[in-house]
Design a binder for this molecule. Structure first.
Ligand code: BES
Ligand code: ZN
Length: 598
């Protein structure tokens, strides 16, 4: 298959194993060292092509140190620079000596003050989708899998962790070298590294949490259900193939809720709500251990396969772990968000298609809810048609048949036809699978059945909007998910400021520790023009760095009559602290003049 986001030519020379040896230099914000490769070559092949971005190459050699000729093309703004290395006949191993740039997109270097303890600097990588090439010269396509080993040298007392088996450190004066190996073949976007003062706490036999020592206790409490989650997932989709499932809590500027790096999911500290109410993100990242990491989208045009299957599994896990009522509410919430997004984009907008052409764009830039929620709705529709038992059997079979492979949208459809619909082809035809993945808009068949809790929350919101008294509003036992849904309905109904003050007086929503509740609450304040909320807006936009939370709030402020200048002011103050991927998305909104990768 052809990946428009990589220069690599795997049909002639393909990386099968990577060996990294890197020194981490916090003062210069550089990684320096070597990436060595084992290659699989087609007959007569004379060159190998890598993806790179802003890398400084010192030299490229064979394993004996003999220099090899290479050409580094000029940088393409989206794809980076193509590196072509000449291979003397039959040479299957090359060594690239290089240094990263301080502006490498995948690397976020944080000062001590930007961490929880404030005591030591921190570094983390974010490779998904095409950023790995800015810290490793690599064949950066999700269709190319390789095993890896790494030695990472960091100044004492920092420690390094990676998305791999940890083999333990060697410490010399002032520095430690950590060794890792990943024996399962993975795509480049799943190679991940974090360096900081980190401690760990066992949760279960194959689960642990890593965090800065000051955060460890809270993190261990919040994620205490991890082992149970892995057990539930195995009951659903078959054996967990990665050995351990550990988590590491990132600094606040981590741009996502979670990132499914194999063996070691990276999570945002915004999940530490204190009541385990946001651990569904962990269920999501765990589901990627099958949908994404075991069976991977072949190109970024097939991204919906990773996220759609994952959200479907996330909600199934949610049901197993926390009950049907909560899961159904999330499903309805998802469909509601999806319908709103499709309405916003226009039902005939090409961006509402599941599979679409991402050529010329950074796949991490325009991530919408479409691949997630329309992707999940695709599976809800199939489930409704064939029943859970049949779909579950197909899922287990799919993850077995395609284990450690990368798959296209067409392969997924063909597999569904061959293994799920073989005896009921008429049903496949009736579902219009092709239309589901290739046409814009939202088929009505994806709508989940209304749940009792959903109806309760929605009628409470309707009553509130109709200015009925809130005295009878019985919210006892409402989960943060129920509150989020309630506030989402209010947001669409443009409530009067008086309703918001009554709600605040009664429920102190502005004091919520749950960012999923705070977000719609703050959006309501912006909509109502409540300038008293400015300090809370400011801290929400400063204290965490997730695109999914920042973007809607900035967009609301910009389009309000009073908040545009404030948004510009806060963005100017905070921009340098946001992750490069977040800037990529927010610059479009707030700072069109400064679309440099700074
Ligand atoms: N792998 C994604 C994060 C991602 C998406 C990175 C696109 C780069 C490009 C991760 O699994 C994810 O989807 N995170 C969500 C979790 C949520 C949907 C539960 C997030 O961070 O919001
Ligand atoms: Zn995901």
């Amino acid at each position: 298959m052809n990946d428009a986001h990589s220069f690599a030519e795997p049909q002639s020379a393909r990386v099968t194993h990577l060996k990294l040896d890197l020194q981490v230099d916090f003062s210069e914000r550089l990684l320096t060292g070597t990436a060595s490769f084992d290659l699989q070559l087609a007959a007569g092949c004379t060159q190998v092509v890598f993806d790179t971005r802003k890398l400084q190459l010192q030299r490229i050699t064979d394993v004996s140190g003999n220099s090899l000729d290479y050409v580094l093309a000029p940088e393409d703004p989206v794809l980076g620079a193509k590196l072509t290395v000449q291979l003397p006949a039959g040479l299957q191993h090359v060594v690239i000596h290089y240094t990263t740039s301080p502006e490498a997109e995948a690397l976020q270097w944080l000062t001590a003050e930007q961490t929880a303890s404030g005591e030591a600097p921190f570094l983390f990588t974010q490779g998904h989708a095409i950023q790995t090439r800015s810290w490793i010269p690599i064949q950066d396509s999700p269709g190319i899998r390789f095993t890896y080993e790494a030695r990472i040298t960091v100044p004492a007392p920092l420690i390094a962790v990676m998305s791999a088996e940890h083999l333990g450190p060697q410490t010399t004066a002032g520095a430690s070298t950590f060794a890792f190996r990943m024996l399962e073949p993975i795509p480049a976007y799943l190679v991940a590294l974090a360096v900081g003062v980190l401690a760990s706490r066992e949760i279960g036999p194959r689960t642990a949490v890593f965090a800065e020592p000051v955060t460890l206790e809270r993190a261990a409490f919040e994620f205490a259900e991890m082992e149970r989650m892995v057990e539930a997932a195995e009951a659903l989709v078959g054996p967990y193939r990665w050995g351990r499932f550990d988590l590491v809590v990132m600094p606040p500027s981590f741009p996502y809720g979670g990132m499914e790096n194999p063996r070691l999911t990276f999570v945002s500290p915004s999940l530490l709500a204190g009541d385990r109410s946001l651990t569904t993100v962990v269920a999501h990242e765990l589901a990627h251990a099958w949908a994404g990491n075991l069976v991977t989208n072949a190109t970024w045009n097939d991204f919906w396969i990773n996220e759609g299957t994952t959200v479907y599994l996330e909600l199934r896990l949610h049901e197993l772990l926390w009950g049907r009522e909560r899961a159904e509410l999330l499903q309805s919430w998802g469909y509601r968000e999806l319908a709103a997004e499709v309405a916003r984009m226009g039902a005939d907008s090409p961006d509402t298609r599941l599979a679409y052409d991402m050529r010329g764009r950074d796949p991490a830039e325009g991530v919408t809810v479409i691949p997630y929620l329309k992707g999940a709705a695709f599976f809800w529709t199939i489930e409704k048609a064939v029943g859970r038992a049949a779909l579950d059997a197909w899922l287990v079979g799919w993850f077995g048949r395609q284990a450690f492979c990368s798959v296209t949208t067409e392969q997924l459809l063909a597999d569904l036809r061959a293994h799920l619909f073989a005896r009921i082809p008429d049903q496949a035809a009736a579902l219009e699978l092709e239309s589901w993945v290739h046409d814009p808009g939202l088929p009505e068949s994806g709508r989940p059945p209304p749940s009792a809790l959903l109806q309760l929350v929605e009628s409470a919101a309707a009553d509130a909007l109709a200015n009925k008294s809130l005295a009878e509003l019985d919210t006892a036992g409402w989960s943060p998910q129920a509150w989020r849904h309630f506030l989402g309905v209010l947001l669409a109904g443009r409530p009067a400021p008086a309703l918001l003050s009554t709600l605040e007086a009664k429920f102190a929503l502005s004091k919520s520790h749950n960012a999923e509740v705070l977000l719609p609450w703050l959006r309501l304040q912006v909509q109502a023009g409540n300038q008293a909320a400015i300090p809370e807006l400011r801290s929400f936009l400063s204290e965490q760095g997730r695109t999914r939370f920042l973007r809607p709030l900035y967009a609301d402020l910009l389009s309000s009559s009073w908040g545009a200048a404030l948004a510009q002011q806060i963005y100017a103050e905070r921009r340098a602290r946001y992750h490069s991927l977040v800037r990529l998305s927010l610059d479009k909104l707030l700072n069109p003049a400064a679309q440099s990768p700074l």
